[in-house]
Design a protein around this ligand. Structure first.
Ligand SMILES: N[C@@H](CCC(=O)N[C@@H](CS)C(=O)NCC(=O)O)C(=O)O
Length: 207
């Protein structure tokens, strides 16, 4: 088994943090995305979305999409403290917040970055106006996270979950869009600092 990735990218980071929190070590192969390592016919035949991270299993099957990869390891390692939640209510709350943060936060941030910068113009059309609009939509979304974190240590439930990972990666991506947390977002600041200080995450980010 191995994970094909570029460790510092946000989507690879989501899986990296998830596995670090579970204490699971999986061999990694680093790809050069700028050079188009993920554009080859071979990679595309393995990855449905043509992107990293991609989990390659010993039986020859492949799983792309960061949350799907996390789900695989969660199912392999049953825990009473699953990062996806355990009770029906926890499962629903984690799913809800993870999707909200992904669909209204991280994916919008990616659209902003890709379309404002033309970072991947060798492989996709980019529309600057869409990038600018996406950036605005992201700015408008952040108060939702700020409000949710009022008086809370974690986004979705009363303990750390995959929703915190998605939110943490989102906030870490803001500088790529020349955005930063302001004094108007003290809850996100406090929460982000406490997530960054979690031993597994601090160790991963220092590596
Ligand atoms: N929804 C996917 C997003 C994957 C994704 O966008 N990966 C980026 C790196 S963060 C990538 O492979 N980019 C290369 C490209 O678009 O060609 C996931 O969560 O895994």
């Amino acid at each position: 088994m191995k994970i094909l990735e570029l460790a510092a990218t946000p989507s690879a980071r989501r899986v990296g943090i998830f596995l670090a929190e579970l204490g699971i070590d999986v061999p990694r192969q680093q790809l050069d995305l700028r050079a188009g390592d993920n554009l080859t016919p071979e990679f595309k035949s393995k990855s449905v979305n043509g992107r990293i991270p991609l989990l390659e299993l010993d039986d020859g099957s492949h799983i792309c999409e960061s949350v799907a990869i996390c789900r695989y390891f969660d199912a392999l390692n049953p825990s009473e403290q699953s990062l996806f939640g355990n009770t029906p209510l926890e499962l629903a709350q984690v799913e809800m917040w993870n999707r909200v943060l992904e669909l209204n936060g991280l994916m919008v941030a990616f659209q902003a970055f890709r379309n404002l910068t033309g970072f991947f113009k060798d492989r996709e059309r980019f529309v600057e106006a869409w990038g600018a609009e996406s950036r605005e939509r992201l700015i408008e979304f952040l108060p939702t996270l700020e409000a949710r974190l009022e008086g809370r240590d974690f986004v979705a439930i009363d303990r750390f979950s995959i929703a915190d990972i998605t939110g943490f990666v989102l906030i870490g991506f803001l500088p790529r869009l020349e955005l930063e947390l302001t004094d108007a977002m003290p809850n996100i600041r406090r929460w982000h600092a406490s997530i960054a200080a979690r031993p597994a995450i601090a160790k991963l980010l220092a590596a």
